[in-house]
Ligand binder design. Structure first.
Ligand SMILES: Nc1nc2c(c(=O)[nH]1)N[C@H]1C(S)=C(S)[C@@H](COP(=O)(O)OP(=O)(O)OC[C@H]3O[C@@H](n4cnc5c(=O)[nH]c(N)nc54)[C@H](O)[C@@H]3O)O[C@H]1N2
Ligand SMILES: Nc1nc2c(c(=O)[nH]1)N[C@H]1C(S)=C(S)[C@@H](COP(=O)(O)OP(=O)(O)OC[C@H]3O[C@@H](n4cnc5c(=O)[nH]c(N)nc54)[C@H](O)[C@@H]3O)O[C@H]1N2
Ligand code: SF4
Ligand SMILES: [Mo]
Length: 736
């Protein structure tokens, strides 16, 4: 019989930028992933996307629900049916809730890759009474969204198509890293747009930039204060906009005066003239953008740095204008997840129990409640859960509560599409917290170290096996179609199905009336009078036409209705209402290097894909980048193995000497474990090379307002070692 090949439109979820691609299925199996047929989208594909058939058809893919039979973490399992697993999970969760209260349930999820949750997780938790939802988005974009709202009530998107100047704070999109943004920057440059890069290293983007400021890691907030000093002193801001639409300019000016360029140059290590030139280039451009970057999401001055980006956008007149940064709002034709989550159902007293609410409230319900009225006034709905990140618990507080019961016990964890153990700071504390749980459920596609710690592992579906319409989690408002090409394994579930089935078992059936993903998609589209089938038949993408300067009729979604350079919400919560620079933990005699995590690896997304042969072959070992002078001082050669140690832990990696590195700085990659060592190394070697082992969650390493950890420039030292034999006898896994 001739092979029958069908082609569908897909939104790739292997990384979190969601390229639109096409999926080919032959005889019920995904056979190829190829570029989109729209010329506008055809370049948005990387070699991880084309490797999707290797991932989705992989022999190690989880296909049957598993129940733990040995000690927690021993990786011994019994296969059970999905129905039985769900019955047992519901029963055990009910026991935890009865004994400790609903807040004893925490959920850790990513959402990027599980894609079709439709906020049913928040809906379930809000009905049950738990505010303790955490996510990787607490360290990436979700927290940026929450902090952007403090200043102007929304999280804008750069208008790459029309901009004249792009400022990249570390952010380094490449051909195989966030490909659509890479392509957007390339097109803008081809039109003549200027690019300014701020990066300690000569990154790929820095190589082609008009200006490159090689700042010391962790000093981004000081740099922004320096830019503001130049822009305000030289009158390069939009005076009419500031006068009419901003509050707190005089207080901001006073604060900025505390950062003369000599001081900023000393903190950042960049010469004064270059700082001033860059500030002028940005401020004078006719439309300039500071695209989102994770670099300022992950340092001790994170809240100030993110606010400073917002303030720069606002006072230079780049908000909601052509070539600037657009405040999109919800898509009126698609019910947003913010609404599906039913946040109004969670009582004020349960909201106040959210871990982080008291000490690090910037992305918790505490801040969200203060923005509620204004958000409803401007955007039509009180809970703008942009990028899922605007009413989260604080991960560090959650892991503390799990391990020590302070301030109350957290005893059940449901983790979905998230390698929890490796994805936050202080892996030792996370492990301790997980070992102390009465119930852990992992919804996964592969047996990760986190899944190995679970009581139940449920197999998930993948993007080629489900229908979806993506709306960029309300960060954008474009709707993009993703079609199912093949059936998932019979015992696999979508995250939508998982939450629906759990809710039905725990007494919330009336709030979960949708029986399938297509049902919930029909519901979400109902405001535009269409069904999923109508949408799929008509288009693969749709955006509301952009409107500019919408604030002229509605104001900004802040308590004052204006851009709050001086933040009333931060002030109300007892924090400094103005941005400032705080020095993070600094290298010293004992730990002489400034270590940063990151520089994403092209073949992998975060902690994933180390088991996909075609991708792993491109990067077989974790690499530690070092400047030649530092390598010489340490008597290290290319490919030597070293132990990298911080005050929190030790990991092993292989030396890569790079003249593009900044002296005194070390790069450690994120998320390494060794799937091939399963059965020989505890937790598949999760403690051998993972950056989370090094990163601290002590107060000195946390941003005050959000409580995010410092990944950019913490102190470390290196010692030569030998290559670990990870498939041999247990390798010293460096416990704390
Ligand atoms: N220590 C440390 N922590 C970090 C970072 C860091 O640099 N260092 N980086 C932060 C950043 S920038 C981000 S974006 C986050 C990322 O955090 P996550 O988005 O959680 O990233 P991953 O490590 O890719 O984990 C995703 C897991 O989901 C599984 N998965 C993939 N597709 C599906 C699916 O369709 N269904 C299900 N059920 N599972 C699926 C994968 O197998 C993988 O184990 O981590 C943050 N945390
Ligand atoms: N192939 C692939 N692509 C990915 C991902 C992946 O895992 N694999 N992950 C995606 C995700 S979730 C994210 S968040 C992005 C992250 O990707 P990027 O935003 O590009 O961030 P990184 O690659 O971590 O680091 C970028 C640069 O930051 C510099 N840097 C280090 N410390 C500092 C500092 O303190 N200040 C400044 N200004 N610069 C500093 C580093 O030298 C590096 O060149 O990548 C996305 N793209
Ligand atoms: S950049 Fe690659 S992995 Fe990420 S969504 Fe696009 S094709 Fe998929
Ligand atoms: Mo990220």
């Amino acid at each position: 019989m001739a092979a029958k090949t069908e082609t569908k439109y897909s939104v790739c979820t292997i990384c979190d930028i969601g390229c639109q691609l096409r999926t080919e299925a032959t005889n019920g199996k995904v056979s190829r992933v190829i570029a989109h047929d729209s010329p506008m989208l055809a370049k948005n594909i990387c070699y991880k996307g084309t490797a999707a058939p290797h991932i989705h058809n992989h022999a190690d893919r989880l296909r049957v629900p598993l129940k733990r039979v040995g000690e927690r973490g021993a990786d011994s399992w019994q296969e059970i049916s999905y129905e039985q697993a769900m019955d047992e999970i519901a029963e055990r969760l009910q026991r935890v809730v009865d004994q400790y209260g609903p807040e004893a349930l925490a959920v850790s999820t990513s959402g990027w890759n599980t894609q079709t949750t439709h906020s049913m997780d928040r809906r379930f938790m809000n009905l049950l009474g738990s505010p303790n939802w955490i996510s990787g988005v607490a360290l990436c974009a979700g927290n940026t969204a929450a902090v952007n709202r403090l200043t102007y009530g929304w999280f804008p998107q750069p208008d790459f198509a029309n901009t004249q100047c792009i400022v990249l704070f570390g952010h380094n999109p490449r051909k195989h890293s966030w490909t659509p943004i890479y392509n957007a920057i390339r097109s803008a440059k081809a039109r003549g747009a200027k690019v300014i890069v701020l990066d300690p290293r000569v990154s790929d983007q820095a190589e082609g930039a008009d200006l490159h400021l090689r700042l010391r890691a962790g000093t981004d907030a000081a740099m922004c204060l320096g830019w503001l000093k130049v822009i305000i002193d030289e009158g390069l801001y939009n005076k009419a906009f500031v006068k009419k639409w901003c509050v707190g300019f005089e207080q901001l000016r006073e604060r900025v005066n505390e950062y003369p360029l000599e001081r900023v140059a000393e903190i950042t290590g960049v010469e004064q003239k270059l700082i001033a030139d860059a500030a002028r280039m940005y401020a004078k451009a006719d439309g300039a953008v500071i695209p989102w970057t994770p670099i300022t999401d992950q340092q001790v001055s994170s809240t100030s740095a993110i606010r400073l980006h917002s303030i720069l956008r606002a006072i230079t007149g780049n908000l909601d204008v052509v070539g600037g940064e657009i405040l999109g709002g919800f898509n009126p034709g698609y019910i947003p997840e913010s609404e599906l989550g039913l946040h109004e159902q969670l009582s004020d007293s349960q909201k106040a129990k959210q871990l982080g609410y008291d000490d690090h409230p910037a992305f918790t319900y505490r801040a969200a409640e203060k923005l509620k009225e204004a958000t409803e006034r401007v955007w039509g709905f009180p809970y703008a859960d942009l990028v899922m990140g605007c009413q989260m618990a604080n991960p560090t507080n959650v892991f503390r509560a799990m391990s020590s019961g302070d301030p109350y016990p957290v005893k059940a964890l449901i983790t979905l599409g998230n390698n929890t153990l490796l994805s936050y700071a202080n892996q030792h504390q996370i492990l301790q917290g997980l070992m102390n749980q009465e119930l852990i459920v992992a919804h996964e596609i592969f047996m990760t170290p986190t899944a190995m710690l679970a009581d139940y592992v449920l197999p998930g579906d993948v993007f080629t096996e489900r229908n979806h319409i993506a709306d960029g989690w309300s960060w954008g408002n474009r709707l993009t179609l993703s079609q199912k090409a093949v059936e998932p394994p019979p015992q696999a579930s979508s995250t939508f199905q998982f939450w629906t089935d759990l809710a039905h078992r725990m007494g919330f059936a009336e709030y979960f009336p949708w029986n399938s993903i297509e049902d919930i998609l029909d519901h979400r589209l109902s405001r535009s009078g269409r069904s999923f089938a109508d949408f799929a038949a008509a288009t693969f993408m749709e955006s509301p036409p952009p409107k500019f300067r919408k604030y002229r009729s509605r104001g900004f979604a802040t308590p004052s209705g204006k851009v709050e350079l001086y933040s009333s919400v931060l002030e109300d919560m007892g924090f400094d209402p103005l941005p400032y620079y705080r020095e993070g933990p600094t290298p010293n005699a004992e730990y002489p290097y400034a270590v940063f995590t990151g520089v994403r690896e092209d073949p992998f997304f975060q902690t994933g894909q180390r088991n996909i042969e075609v991708l792993r072959a491109r990067c077989p070992t974790p690499k530690l980048f070092l400047h030649p002078t530092d390598a010489q001082r340490e008597a290290l050669q290319e490919d030597d193995w070293v132990i990298l140690e911080s005050a929190t832990g030790k990991v092993t990696a292989q030396v890569s000497i790079q003249s593009s590195m900044k002296e005194g700085h070390i790069r450690v990659p994120h998320g390494w474990w060794y799937p091939e060592s399963r059965g020989q190394q505890s937790l598949a070697g999760a403690f051998i090379s993972s950056d989370a082992v090094l990163c601290s969650d002590e107060d000195a390493h946390l941003d005050h307002e959000q409580g995010v950890p410092h990944f950019k420039g913490f102190p470390g030292r290196i010692v030569k070692t030998t290559q670990p034999d990870i498939t041999g006898p247990a390798v010293q896994s460096h416990p704390a």
